[in-house]
Unconditional design. Structure first.
Length: 305
């Protein structure tokens, strides 16, 4: 089944070139199907890139999904045209009375700041609280994962000596869980962060379950509330060239930029990246949609609580 996307969203044409079946709202309204409603709070600087990355993963399911985009009223993006934001995004205030089957909250380039120093922290706290009884299951990614763990459970973050940057091997700690159905003993995940949360803090909170970790990069995925919340410290959604663009961008600005590890063929930045995480990324998102959204959400979306 296709994804239902806003008319003229740039991702539509990009994904059609990859033979991914998407349709705009105008065509979708002709079908009498109750789609799953997924809202994405996109805090990443390059909005269109992140939209495309996430929609690509959400497309790998036989269910019909309607995607909406949320933005913050307290923050104006600098790297995305105002026209794009006005056409495809809505303020939280205009969406707060709606309910959604699933939600994705992305990372943001503010992780070196204390949470209370982030200019939009108050609005983020309101959204975190709102999601608890307006969304069946929420994925928190990278900074949002750390921020969500801090807000909901008091888990602190810690600065890293060097940036966690590259592709790192992860292991499912409870492989029989539905979220890991079809997974191998190990899977790879891109990481790009300057801070971390620690396993001992997760273990000391009975409401949290560490479900995946890594010898190299530590805490990987944390689950809470029986799967109504997942906190992912890395970026399964990243496209093959995302880390490459980030590395080359930063290298042009500073001299101390480290090359992403386990990423380029033969560890040479002149070579193309080796994509080793895409299959498990698709599987993770499919499992989330199937087992923690579709099979848990009520048919009457207004019954979510």
């Amino acid at each position: 089944m296709p994804l239902r996307l806003p008319d003229k969203l740039p991702a539509i044409e990009l994904l059609k070139q990859e033979n991914i079946f998407v349709m705009d709202y105008s065509r979708a309204h002709m079908q009498d199907i109750r789609p799953l409603k997924i809202v994405i709070l996109n805090l990443m600087p390059l909005k269109i890139t992140t939209e495309t990355d996430l929609i690509r993963l959400l497309s790998n399911t036989p269910l019909q999904i309607e995607v909406s985009f949320m933005k913050l009223k307290s923050h104006t993006p600098k790297n995305t045209p105002v026209e794009h934001m006005m056409m495809f995004y809505r303020d939280f205030e205009s969406m707060k009375n709606e309910k959604f089957d699933g939600m994705i909250i992305t990372g943001a380039p503010v992780e070196t700041l204390e949470y209370e120093q982030v200019t939009y922290w108050d609005e983020m706290k309101t959204i975190f609280s709102w999601a608890r009884n307006h969304v069946t299951s929420t994925l928190y990614i990278c900074w949002a994962a750390q921020a969500g763990l801090y807000y909901h459970y008091g888990i602190p973050k810690y600065p890293l000596k060097t940036k966690m940057f590259g592709i790192f091997k992860q292991r499912p700690l409870i492989p029989q869980m539905p979220i890991f159905r079809g997974f191998d003993d190990y899977f790879n995940m891109p990481h790009s962060r300057h801070t971390e949360v620690r396993a001992e803090d997760i273990a000391n909170n009975k409401e949290l379950t560490l479900i995946a970790d890594s010898p190299e990069c530590g805490v990987s995925i944390v689950m809470a509330r029986g799967g109504r919340e997942f906190f992912i410290t890395g970026h399964l959604e990243y496209a093959p060239n995302t880390l490459d663009k980030e590395y080359k961008r930063d290298k042009d600005i500073r001299q101390d930029v480290l090359m992403p590890v386990n990423y380029y063929r033969d560890n040479c930045p002149d070579n193309p990246p080796e994509v080793t995480w895409r299959a498990h990324a698709n599987l993770f998102y499919s499992n989330w949609i199937n087992y923690y959204v579709y099979q848990e959400t009520p048919y009457d979306i207004n019954m979510i609580e």
